[in-house]
Design a binder for this molecule. Sequence first.
Ligand SMILES: [Zn+2]
Length: 382
Amino acid sequence: MARTVERIALKTMTPGTERVLTVFRYGRPGARPKAYLQAAIHANEFPGTMALHHLVPMLDKADKAGKIKGEIVIVPAANPIGLAQVLHNTHLGRYDFFGRDNFNRNYHDLTEPVAERVKKRLTNSAGRNVKLIREAGLAVLNAMKPANEIQDQRLQLMRRSIDADIVIDLHCDAQAAMHHFISKRDWPAIADLSAEIGAVAVLYNAPYPTTMTFSGCNGSWWSKLADRFPKHPIPQACQSSTIEYRGQHHVTHEFGALDAANLFRFLVRRGVVAGDPGKPPKPLCAATPMDGMDVGYAPSAGILTYMKPEGSKVRKGETICEVIDPIAADPPKARTPVKSKTAGMLFSRRPDGRLAWPGMVCFRIAGPKPLKHRKGSTGLDD
Ligand SMILES: [Zn+2]
């Protein structure tokens, strides 16, 4: 079956304007496993879009050879609203102009409405329950009437992802090494993806993500429903995760081709595409808890400079960066260090020379032990 291209016009916000979501689809609708991949929901994060730019021709070739066994949905630019946010010659793309929402928040937690629909119909068959829950989830989403463009965008994306076996949301950080946000319930089942992409840090939410991110909402309703109905078998039917494809400036053909090849091999390994994936690569790290992730905040205003590159293993108490007050009378005393509070992998930081303000996130370190000051925080926001 040839690839189909769907163009979805979003609800218009101002007369004479219209934005369109573009969705590629491979395989027979309803074929399993179903994989859903989207990029740039934070519309200024293009490494994932570059990976999909290289993945699509590979899938076209596999398709021509009759190798697409499951169903694959690809959304290379998942946020046309954010793509249009060019202001003062600068592209923004992370927060909605209308309501200031983070574009990767406020997706729909389907647990409650789906529980209502299925509570009297669940069976003793895990397979039948999965089918029932997926149908109920789609019915809930299809019954929703979006009030505006951003709600429409969220709904249109979720309607195409919610019944998938695998959901991968492609993001990036400011300046970062490859890392992977997952749920603890998917570990170690999803370790093959972490290893395949070459993640140097894998961080898990447990038991559920507290912010309604796209990947969180597509995965967590399964375990919430399983907890809600313990007498009925409800498996974790969707492995949903967020890949952080390094930093915003890591958009090259070399990275794109490498990342696409890794995603393609993962799809082969999972039987979505036929073929031999070869030996699985060795994982580069173990998964660590989200509340073991140290987040370094700027204590004051100034300019940032770093002592450590991303991807460094650091000790507790090491100076990761300094905030420099450029107008202090005594320059040597104008440097305020920001130190690590855990030993671990410094996987994300800002570029040198950024303006810092009090409370700004300067870096993130994946550590193995839960940290008191991080308890209960998902740490995904800034
Ligand atoms: Zn992002």
